[in-house]
Design a protein around this ligand. Structure first.
Ligand code: UD1
Length: 430
């Protein structure tokens, strides 16, 4: 089984290029099946979740042509199947976007319910509420969402919880409904805006993405387009925290600094130097960093997907920090792993109380999920000695060339898949 092995204790120094946003790309790829014309999507991250979604798109009959590592051409005119295979749904949750995309285009979709996820219960009631409001009959039959409509008709929909997935999913279906849909209390995340921009580039009429209210005037058809995915806010934030935690100096390139404001502000608060450029952010860690408090919130609040990486950074700052997780209930599973490295964190309900320690020591730990896995790698790079992170399949779901990018910043890290390779690494780095 693949693992990361690393020898920590060195500051990360240099520059790193951020890939396309995974979560934007998942929505955009699903939406690309809503036209029969060619869609070319560029700046796709080469990560597992994206590759699985592309397989699922091919599986229902669309043609998927890889133009290069980050570019794909999709033509959905061959889709015969509005029923998506369970195998793909189990692998990635975001395949729920097929419900909105298929329902919009074919007025019919059959998609297995996404399974539970290890960051907590993740209901999709708001998605279904939206589809029903548009006039679809939606039932759960043998574990699948079965949605049909004679006609989808625009509606006024108020989301009870701010949900990225529900906002994107309903927006897709409403793009091809008759008349106007007003969607209130929506998510404002950069990837919501990116999917809206993508749909508009296909001829949709969506206004207000990025604010609390999205207005969608339905159109009868969407056409082909060429589109480039925005940079990944969370990948960028992860490298920013890696710079801070290792007291390094990293220029994070190919980013939209506005999307990183919540992260930049917190790093500045703890004493890091954060310098913004047009499309880059430089983070300079300081030997003495201070504690702060964080509460995860929908955008523009502090992203839940950055909570573990920031917590690891705070665990190496002076003083006591409080981290409140208000989006998902089970996002502190890395805390026990971090304790093996000397981290001092107590969790009470949805609050982690972090007593900063001067340093970590390397240990063998297990990635409990994607972002927590990345956080443990940051911890390992900051720790004295060797750290092994198991279950790195989670990390590969969302980070392109993670170890290579870290190596380019001077990190001593390698992906290995046997004890022998791990020993070889240790012999080599000494
Ligand atoms: C997306 C991101 C994920 C990120 C999360 C929050 C993708 C593929 N994933 O997940 O990385 O952590 O946003 O920024 O983009 N909820 C309901 N009912 C619903 C839908 C959601 O109660 O129908 C609740 C969830 O349990 C959660 C909150 O709303 O507490 C936010 O979830 P949501 O924004 O929907 O997350 P995802 O879209 O699944």
């Amino acid at each position: 089984m693949e693992q990361y092995i690393m020898k920590g204790g060195n500051p990360l120094v240099g520059e790193v290029y951020i890939s396309g946003a995974k979560n934007a790309a998942l929505g955009i790829l699903a939406a690309s099946i809503m036209t029969d014309e060619d869609v070319v999507i560029d700046n796709l991250p080469d990560v597992r979740d994206i590759n699985v979604l592309l397989e699922a798109i091919a599986e229902i009959g669309a043609s998927v042509e890889r133009i290069d590592r980050h570019t794909v051409k999709i033509n959905a005119s061959g889709i015969k199947e509005v029923s998506v295979d369970d195998e793909f749904i189990r692998k990635i949750r975001a395949s729920y976007y097929f419900i909105g995309a298929l329902l919009g285009k074919y007025k019919s979709a059959e998609v297995p319910l996404p399974g539970g996820c290890n960051i907590g219960s993740r209901p999709i009631d708001q998605h279904l509420k939206g589809f029903r409001a548009l006039g679809a009959k939606v039932e759960i039959v043998k574990g699948s969402v079965v949605a049909h409509a004679i006609d989808l008709v625009g509606s006024h929909i108020y989301l009870d919880v701010v949900s990225v997935g529900a906002t994107i999913n309903i927006m897709m279906a409403a793009a091809l409904a008759e008349g106007q849909t007003i969607l209130e209390n929506v998510a404002k995340e950069p990837h919501v805006v990116d999917v809206a921009n993508f749909l508009n580039s296909m001829g949709a009429n969506i206004k207000g993405a990025g604010t609390d209210v999205i207005r969608i005037r339905g159109v009868s058809r969407l056409h082909g387009t060429e589109y480039s995915v925005i940079p990944d806010q969370i990948e960028a934030g992860t490298f920013m925290c890696a710079a801070a935690a290792t007291r390094g100096d990293v220029m994070v390139r190919n980013v939209i600094p506005k999307h990183l404001e919540a992260i930049s502000a917190k790093l500045a608060e703890i004493g890091c130097e954060v310098i913004e450029f047009d499309d880059a952010v430089r983070v300079v860690g300081k030997p003495r960093q201070r504690s702060t408090n964080i509460k995860t919130l929908p955008y523009p609040g502090f992203p839940t997907d950055m909570q573990p990486q920031m917590a690891v950074t705070l665990a190496l700052a002076e003083g006591t920090s409080m981290v409140t997780e208000s989006i998902f209930e089970n996002r502190f599973k890395y805390v026990d792993e971090l304790a093996r490295m000397g981290g001092n964190i107590k969790v009470e309900g949805n609050v982690a109380v972090i007593d900063g320690v001067p340093g970590f020591t390397g240990a063998q730990v297990e990635a409990p999920d994607l972002r927590a896995g990345a956080a443990l790698v940051i911890a390992g790079l900051a720790a004295e000695g060797y750290t092994v992170v198991d279950e790195i399949g989670y990390i590969q779901r969302g980070y392109e060339s993670f170890e290579e990018k870290l190596q380019s910043l001077g990190a001593m890290i390698e992906k290995v898949d046997s004890d022998r390779e791990a020993r070889k690494f240790q012999l080599r780095v000494g």
